[in-house]
Design a protein around this ligand. Structure first.
Ligand SMILES: NC(=O)c1ccc[n+]([C@@H]2O[C@H](COP(=O)([O-])OP(=O)(O)OC[C@H]3O[C@@H](n4cnc5c(N)ncnc54)[C@H](O)[C@@H]3O)[C@@H](O)[C@H]2O)c1
Length: 365
C-alpha cells in the first residue's frame, strides 16, 4: 500500500492507495476516533458490490452498529431533496450516538455525502472511499463538495476536507469500460498540465492501462493523486490561481455537459476530452502551441476512446452555456491553454468568435 499525505494544517489527511484495503480502513477507523456510529452513504449498485462486505468488516472490527443510507444512482442525487433526506436519515439514526460519514461510490456519492457532512450540525467528519477511476484520481481529493440546482451544476457547495481517503484499486474491476475511459480524461489532463513523463507513459502503455494491468493502474493513479494533492496543498481554496490549471478542458467541457442536460451522451470525462482538444485548437490559433502538441493530444484521447469531436449537439445551446459561465465577461472568457506537454497558461481574453469557430470545426453531422 502507498500513502500520500495532503498537508493542509488542521485539515490534513492521508490518502491510502492499494488493493483490498478494507482491513486497513477498519484499523484507521479505530485510530482516528471519528465517532461511534459509521453511516455509509452509497447507491444500490455499489452497496451490492462493496457496501454489504464493508459493513460486515466494520462491525467485525468492533463497532456495535453501522447504518447504510442508500441514494439513487444518478447525477440527480446531487440535489437539495436528496441532501435533506440523507440529513433526516442521520437525525433518525443518531439516537445519542456520534455519527460520522463514509462516502462509498463515484463522484456523485462523494460530492453529495461530503456536502451533507459539511452542513449537518455545522460539520461531521467524513471518509471518502471512491469507487470510480474519475473519483479516485480527481473528485475525492481536494475537498470540493457540492450539490446541483436546476439552474446549474455544483451551485451549492464548499471546501470541506475528508479525514481519510481510501483508494482501493480492486474496486475498479467491476467498473464499466465507459467509466474507465471517462476517468482517463482526467489522467490525461494531469499529463498535459504538468507532467510530461506521465503523458509519455500513457502514450507507451495504453494497452496495459485499458486492460487494467495492476502495475499500470497503480502507477497512473498514484501519479495523478500526487499531482492533485500538491496543487491542492498550494492553493486549497482556489485563491492563488494555481488550482485553476486543473480546469484545463473544463470551460467548454462543462458547457457541453450543460448543453446536453447532464443526461448521458457525454460523461464528465468525455466532455472534458472535447474541451481539451478545443483548448488546444485555441492555443494553436493564438500561437501558444504547436500543431504537433494538438495531434499528440488528439491521438492519445482517441486511443482511450475519448471524443475529439461532437455529434447531435445544439451548438447554440453550447455557446449559450459558455456565455452563462461565471468566467465569461464582456464577450471574452478565461481558458487554460496548453503551451507544451506538461505546461499550460491561463489566458483571460479568448474572444467568443474564436471559441465558436473551433467548436464548429469539431462538429460532425
Ligand atoms: N468534487 C470534485 O472535485 C469533482 C471533480 C470532478 C467531478 N466531480 C463530480 O463527479 C461526478 C461524476 O463522478 P463519476 O464519474 O464517478 O460518476 P458516478 O458517481 O455517477 O459513477 C458512475 C457510475 O458508475 C457506477 N459505479 C461506481 N463505482 C462502481 C464500481 N466500482 N463498479 C461498478 N459500477 C460502479 C455508479 O453507480 C454510476 O452508475 C459529477 O457529479 C461531477 O460533477 C466532482
Amino acid at each position: 500500500m502507498k500513502k500520500i499525505k495532503v498537508n493542509l494544517l488542521e485539515n490534513s489527511y492521508s490518502i491510502f492507495i492499494g488493493r483490498f484495503l478494507i482491513n486497513e480502513l477498519c484499523n484507521s477507523l479505530k485510530r482516528l476516533k471519528l465517532g461511534n456510529l459509521p453511516v455509509i452513504i452509497t447507491n444500490p449498485r455499489i452497496n451490492a458490490l462493496i457496501g454489504s462486505g464493508l459493513k460486515g468488516a466494520i462491525l467485525k472490527s468492533g463497532f456495535k452498529n453501522v447504518k447504510t443510507c442508500i441514494i439513487a444512482d444518478s447525477e440527480k442525487s446531487k440535489s437539495l431533496d436528496t441532501a435533506t433526506s440523507v440529513i433526516r436519515f442521520l437525525v433518525k439514526s443518531e439516537n445519542f450516538k456520534n455519527p460520522f460519514i463514509i462516502a462509498l461510490g463515484g463522484g456523485v456519492v462523494g460530492d453529495l455525502a461530503g456536502f451533507v457532512a459539511s452542513v449537518y450540525k455545522r460539520g461531521l467528519p467524513y471518509i471518502n472511499i471512491p469507487t470510480t477511476l474519475l473519483s479516485q484520481v480527481d473528485s475525492s481529493i481536494g475537498g470540493k463538495v457540492a450539490i446541483d440546482l436546476k439552474e446549474g451544476k455544483n451551485l451549492i457547495g464548499s471546501f470541506y476536507q475528508p479525514k481519510l481517503v481510501l483508494l482501493d484499486l480492486s474496486f475498479l474491476k467491476s467498473l464499466p469500460t465507459r467509466h474507465i475511459r471517462s476517468g482517463m480524461g482526467e489522467v490525461i489532463k494531469y499529463g498535459v498540465i504538468c507532467d510530461r513523463g506521465l503523458f509519455e507513459y500513457l502514450e507507451k502503455n495504453s494497452a496495459g492501462i485499458l486492460k487494467l494491468n495492476p502495475e499500470d493502474i497503480e502507477r497512473i493513479i498514484y501519479e495523478s493523486v500526487l499531482i492533485k494533492s500538491r496543487i491542492v496543498e498550494e492553493d486549497e481554496k482556489e485563491k492563488k490561481g494555481l488550482r485553476t490549471i486543473l480546469n484545463f478542458g473544463h470551460t467548454i467541457g462543462h458547457a457541453l455537459e450543460a448543453a446536453t442536460d447532464y443526461s448521458g451522451p457525454y460523461s464528465h470525462g468525455e466532455a472534458i476530452s472535447f474541451g481539451m482538444v478545443c483548448a488546444a485548437d485555441i492555443s494553436e490559433r493564438l500561437g501558444f502551441c504547436s500543431s504537433e502538441l494538438k495531434v499528440r493530444l488528439e491521438s492519445l484521447l482517441s486511443v482511450f476512446g475519448l471524443p475529439t469531436a461532437i455529434k447531435k449537439v445544439n451548438i447554440n445551446k453550447l455557446i449559450k452555456s459558455i456565455i452563462l459561465d461565471k468566467k465569461f465577461i464582456h464577450g471574452k472568457t478565461r481558458f487554460v491553454l496548453p503551451v507544451k506537454i506538461g505546461e499550460v497558461k491561463v489566458v483571460e481574453d479568448v474572444p467568443l468568435r474564436m471559441i465558436e469557430g473551433v467548436i464548429k470545426e469539431r462538429r460532425r453531422l
